[in-house]
Design a protein around this ligand. Structure first.
Ligand SMILES: C=C1C[C@]23C[C@H]1CC[C@H]2[C@@]12CCC[C@@](C)(C(=O)O1)[C@H]2[C@@H]3C(=O)O
Ligand SMILES: O=C(O)CCC(=O)C(=O)O
Ligand SMILES: [Fe+2]
Length: 350
């Protein structure tokens, strides 16, 4: 069992917060799902969210994207279009199942794999207009068998193929963004264990499938509440239905802007661990997902973190900028997040 799986055994979620509403029957928004949330504003043309081609990425542009935005699109990422298409079809196939079937694969309170509402639900009074399917470690086949006793092979194969593609891509991205900071591969030997031979453990990852059913009153509902990701970085597939929004600081307060889908691209979200490793230079941007009245939206977040039990911390030898965070292992950070949620980062400040 992975140490992250073990960790969630110790921090269970309340059972009544796991099973989502049966959205297929919801003709009106129940009081339990009514939020008051600041509305997004149109994105100004002068500051568009960066789009980075992985064909020939420029370090300075990448560094700017990580420092000023913490979120960017990637194109020419090498993940075949057909894989993304099949992956989206399998997600839709799963979430279109009737509730009584999805419930068969529900996540138990102390588990990290299976169907249910996202973990952060326990930090908010109101319920979100979404459902999820979490994939961690090897119990995918067991859960898929519960959903489709006779024909789960295709679902499992596509999920495995997608995760394999994401693993390669996230290594490449972590290495690129760290390069742009001037952090050398010697500091990051764990990223490429095959090459350095230094470690047998590899980066850890977690796949979260999200579904946002059509909503009778989208302005009053919340798809996924505001949060930062606890990862090093997250690769988000969001198909072509808009919904992702990021919070950008303004002179007075802040505002929400939409991350409009770009055909065939993926979105990279820098996580709290990159913020820590870069000693505060990279942003881990607050984001959320909103819902709409006409289109069922699916998205998938692939979170990556350092290998099991590996301590990481600010990589800085600059005397003018001493470390502002203490060293930690990913499991420790996830435990803090699962308990203190959006206050977790401040708990690790020196
Ligand atoms: C590897 C991860 C990343 C986790 C924790 C753990 C498993 C579940 C992930 C999410 C998925 C949904 C948003 C989030 C905020 C949540 O509640 O659960 C994520 C969280 C985090 O980034 O902290
Ligand atoms: O659905 C989205 O666009 C956002 C998903 C997300 O932020 C997450 O799963 O952590
Ligand atoms: Fe997220």
């Amino acid at each position: 069992m992975s140490s992250v799986t073990q960790l969630f055994k110790n921090i269970p979620v309340n059972r009544d917060r796991i099973i989502p509403l049966d959205f297929s029957n919801a003709k009106t928004l129940p009081e339990s799902h009514v939020w008051s949330k600041p509305e997004p504003e149109p994105e100004p043309m002068i500051r568009p969210i960066p789009v980075i081609s992985l064909f020939n990425p420029e370090q300075a542009i990448l560094q700017h994207a990580c420092e000023e935005w913490g979120v960017f699109h990637i194109t020419d990422h090498g993940v075949p279009h057909s894989l993304l298409h099949n992956f989206e079809c399998q997600m839709k196939k799963l979430f279109s199942l009737p509730m009584h079937r999805k419930i068969l694969a529900v996540r138990s309170p102390d588990e990290s794999t299976g169907y249910g509402a996202v973990r952060i639900s326990m930090f908010y009074d109101k319920l979100m207009w979404s459902e999820g399917f979490s994939v961690m470690g090897s119990s995918l086949r067991r859960h898929a068998t519960l959903l489709w006793p006779d024909d789960h092979a295709e679902f499992c194969n596509v999920m495995e193929e997608y995760q394999k593609a994401m693993k390669g891509l996230s290594r490449r991205l972590i290495s690129m963004v760290m390069d742009s900071l001037g952090i050398t591969h010697e500091d990051l030997g764990w990223l490429v264990p095959e090459i350095t031979g230094s470690r047998t453990e590899s980066i850890q990852s977690f796949l979260q499938l999200n579904s946002y059913p059509v909503c009778p009153d989208p302005h009053l509902a919340m798809g996924l509440a505001p949060h930062t990701d606890s990862s090093l970085l997250t690769i988000l597939y969001q198909g072509n239905v808009p919904g992702l929004e990021i919070q950008v600081p303004e002179e007075e307060g802040s505002r929400w802007i939409g991350v409009e889908p770009i055909e065939g691209s993926l979105v990279v979200i820098m996580g709290d661990l990159s913020h820590i490793i870069s000693n505060g230079r990279f942003k881990s941007t607050m984001h959320r997902a909103v819902v709409n009245k006409t289109h069922h939206r699916v998205s998938a977040a692939y979170f990556t973190g350092p290998p099991k039990n590996l301590q990481v911390g600010p990589l800085t030898d600059d005397k003018d900028h001493p470390p502002i965070y203490r060293r930690l292992i990913w499991e420790e950070y996830l435990a803090a997040k699962a308990t203190h949620f959006n206050k977790a980062l401040t708990l690790f400040r020196c």
